[in-house]
Design a protein around this ligand. Structure first.
Ligand SMILES: [Zn+2]
Length: 203
């Protein structure tokens, strides 16, 4: 996987809801619907508000979030949070992908509040994504904020763009991983992580 910076520089202003509303009206007209019929009248407004939420990650700073909850701690054992729920949108089709994210790191004198790991996933997931980049961004943000001995991130997700259209492979799960430091270089650390993830084969 390519290395990528944690990309805090992508911080942007909040969603421009009036423009989203306008675009939704255009889509409704484009598919042959009448945007003024009763059931659709409030739809552009609702979709605009939904996108404010779904794209809220652009206006949040992942590194600041992590740095606000760092603690000095002499802990040498792997810290892991399994099965963090994940909902994101693929940037190719604007359709959801969703699943679980597993995050682990080996502290080097610093730990971060556990809830911030879930928060980190949320910030990057609420941007348009591809699963591979989402995985790498989460790992690199942790590396940058914590300078740990290593980071491992695995995401298992199902993509509606595969399930609803095109190949229609129901139930197939895409698995991506990003291993940094000891998780990449030390087979024992990597194996311990993968065992905790619940998959013994290497990814
Ligand atoms: Zn897609």
């Amino acid at each position: 996987m390519s290395t990528r910076s944690a990309d805090a520089g992508t911080r942007r202003p909040p969603v421009d809801e009036p423009r989203v509303r306008e675009a939704v009206r255009t889509i409704l007209t484009g598919i042959g619907e009448n945007p003024d019929r009763e059931g659709l009248r409030a739809t552009p407004d609702r979709v605009g508000r939904a996108w404010s939420h779904l794209a809220s990650g652009y206006s949040e700073d992942p590194l600041a979030t992590l740095r606000g909850a760092l603690f000095e701690e002499e802990c040498n054992e792997m810290v892991m949070v399994r099965e963090i729920e994940l909902y994101s949108l693929c940037e190719h089709h604007l359709l959801p992908f969703f699943g679980k994210c597993h995050i682990a790191y080996l502290p080097a004198g610093r730990i971060v509040g556990l809830s911030k790991l879930a928060r980190l996933v949320e910030i990057y997931a609420r941007r348009l994504q591809v699963q591979e980049r989402l995985t790498a961004e989460i790992a690199h943000a942790l590396e940058e904020a914590l300078s740990p001995h290593g980071v491992g991130v695995v995401i298992e997700a199902q993509h509606l763009c595969m399930m609803m259209r095109g190949v229609e492979k129901q139930g197939s799960v895409a698995v991506t991983s990003c291993m940094l430091g000891a998780f990449r270089d030390d087979p024992k650390t990597r194996a311990e992580f993968m065992e905790l993830v619940g998959r013994k084969h290497s990814l």
